[in-house]
Design a protein around this ligand. Structure first.
Ligand code: ADE
Length: 236
């Protein structure tokens, strides 16, 4: 299991039994048992390179059979609000553009731009989110949080302005959310034939208020969301 921010893994690491810590590439990989399942938890840190390197280490050093990423994201779809949860069904790198040599978004020489999440793992995450959402805090307008499934785009940018947000929505009309890691991990998993799934809680809506909303969400809600969803995922 990977996450980009310390708040998202701290509680889970503490709950592990038989925990061993190995350090690779300036990262700690916590291997042990959580809810009866053998797993490795690591902090990828932020950005596509950090996430890809972490995923490759999990595959090569720990021989993991699947990778699940949990974290926060900026909401892009019109119905996606702060506090909602998004499950990735397809992932794309929105800042990858080798045109005119290759089509925009395509990973050069791999011939692919969208990477699919594993349907079985994603289904299990959906059940975990479904078990957690009825207990989750209501949104700012008093309505209950919702689960969305669809496309998430990743890039080495914190999207925080209406102009960039609108340009991304024009380029990728079915986009639900943006993050800074997911599609990089999805590409590494695709290249190694390792099943991958990702769950993201919406911390902001990638607009002018994104930085403040992100900071508030992280301080107040990111850890309990990640912990509750992962616990339900591992121990249904
Ligand atoms: N993760 C959370 N919010 C984000 C945003 N607005 N842009 C990119 N990654 C994010």
């Amino acid at each position: 299991m990977l996450a980009a921010l310390p708040e998202e893994i701290a509680g889970l690491v503490e709950q592990m039994s038989s925990r061993r810590v190995a350090r690779w590439g300036q990262r700690d990989f916590h291997a042990g048992i959580l809810h009866g399942q053998s797993c490795v938890i690591a902090l990828s840190r932020i950005g596509k390179v950090a996430a890809a390197a972490s995923a490759a280490t999990l595959i090569h050093r720990f021989d993991v059979k699947a990778i699940v990423f949990s974290g926060v994201a900026g909401g892009m779809g019109p119905a996606v609000r702060v506090g909602d949860v998004v499950l990735a069904e397809a992932l794309i790198q929105h800042d990858l553009d080798a045109s005119p040599l290759f089509p925009r978004f395509e990973v050069p020489l791999l011939g692919q731009s969208r990477f699919k999440a594993d349907p079985g793992l994603t289904g299990r995450l959906a059940q975990a989110v479904g078990a957690f959402l009825p207990r989750a805090p209501v949104l700012e307008d008093g309505s209950p949080p919702r689960l969305h499934r669809g496309m998430i785009a990743s890039g080495d940018r914190f999207v925080s302005g209406d102009t960039e947000r609108a340009a991304l929505r024009r380029a990728l009309p079915d986009l639900l959310a943006v993050d800074m890691e997911g599609a990089a991990v999805a590409q590494v998993c695709y290249e190694h034939d390792v099943p991958f799934a990702m769950v993201r809680t919406i911390s902001d809506t990638a607009d002018e208020h994104a930085a403040a909303s992100f900071a508030r969400f992280l301080a107040e809600r990111a850890a309990p969301y990640a912990q509750a969803i992962f616990s339900a995922f591992l121990a249904p």
